[in-house]
Design a protein around this ligand. Structure first.
Ligand SMILES: NC(=O)c1ccc[n+]([C@@H]2O[C@H](COP(=O)([O-])OP(=O)(O)OC[C@H]3O[C@@H](n4cnc5c(N)ncnc54)[C@H](OP(=O)(O)O)[C@@H]3O)[C@@H](O)[C@H]2O)c1
Length: 264
């Protein structure tokens, strides 16, 4: 398990040094909670679904050390509710993980869910990071932005999701470079993974299944990147292969292929 504390000194629990994980009610967020807890941090677990968030808490070794925050990042007051809940915490880490996509023809999908993808996957991480940056800098901390390989190429029938993740990747990589030597930033870009993502997006399980990589491999790779000082992380050999294919395939051909694979 990678040790994410920069200097590997101190006793995080005694000092109640905290890590905020958004979207911790399942998938990657749950795995982040499991992999970060052994390092002694207090975890602030965010989500919308209280019973599933409680299941994350109950799966941890020391649930009494951690707390839950409910906030819908699509709502106008979502980010402010979350920020209010962490106001008095000594934050050393932020994992911007909450997100979702919608699959289907753009012309047949309502505008509200399309805009909600932008709010949750792009606007919220930028707002949360901006508000928490002074504390994270003061505490020699880190930010992990869970983006996607969907941010590396346009995706027909998931157009808004790919746009949101492209925005998140570009923002995160620029931020990482701006803050070099002051704050460790990881941009995580996974491909298909066995989480609740497909059910939420409505996408069938077929396309991209060869590239599927385990949740634990993905989260561990991102924590190793963090431990190495931050960086752009494409986890596991299958996702690295997909990333290479994205880079060498001309966009016109990739668009045709993706249209065929993702057609509803
Ligand atoms: N799975 C993949 O194939 C894949 C690949 C690349 C990147 N990603 C990214 O990985 C991240 C985590 O997703 P996952 O794959 O672990 O899927 P997941 O199991 O569906 O988890 C998504 C998490 O995001 C939270 N969330 C979604 N919309 C929210 C909103 N409006 N307000 C607050 N929380 C919200 C969910 O909370 P509630 O359940 O409590 O509503 C849940 O905890 C996302 O950013 C996703 O884009 C996933």
């Amino acid at each position: 398990m990678p040790d994410i504390s920069e200097k590997n000194t101190g006793t995080p629990v005694e000092k109640q040094i905290a890590v905020l994980i958004t979207g911790a009610s399942g998938g990657f967020g749950l795995e982040y909670a499991k992999q970060i807890e052994p390092q002694g941090y207090r975890l602030i677990l965010h989500g919308r679904d209280r019973p599933r968030l409680q299941m994350t808490l109950d799966s941890l070794k020391h649930p009494e050390r951690h707390s839950l925050v409910l906030a819908d990042l699509n709502r106008k007051d979502g980010v402010s509710t979350l920020l209010e809940a962490v106001r008095y915490e000594t934050l050393v880490g932020l994992v911007n993980n909450a997100g979702f996509g919608i699959w289907g023809a753009f012309e047949k999908t309502g505008i509200v869910p399309q805009v909600d993808v932008i709010k949750t996957d792009l606007k919220a991480p930028i707002e949360i990071t901006h508000a928490l940056l002074p504390a994270l800098l003061k505490n020699n901390g880190f930010v992990i932005n869970v983006s996607s390989l969907a941010g590396e190429a346009p995706l027909p029938y998931m157009s808004t999701y790919a746009a949101a993740k492209a925005g998140l990747t570009f923002w995160s990589e620029a931020l990482r470079t701006e803050l070099e030597g002051k704050l460790r930033v990881v941009t995580l870009a996974p491909g298909p993974s066995p989480t609740g993502f497909r059910d939420v997006s409505g996408m069938p399980s077929g396309p991209g299944s060869f590239f599927r990589t385990s949740i634990s491999t993905i989260v561990e790779a991102s924590l190793e990147t963090l431990n190495a000082g931050g960086g752009y992380c494409v986890p596991g050999w299958r996702h690295k292969l997909l990333f290479t294919l994205q880079k060498i395939t001309p966009r016109s051909i990739a668009l045709r292929l993706m249209k065929k694979h993702l057609h509803p």
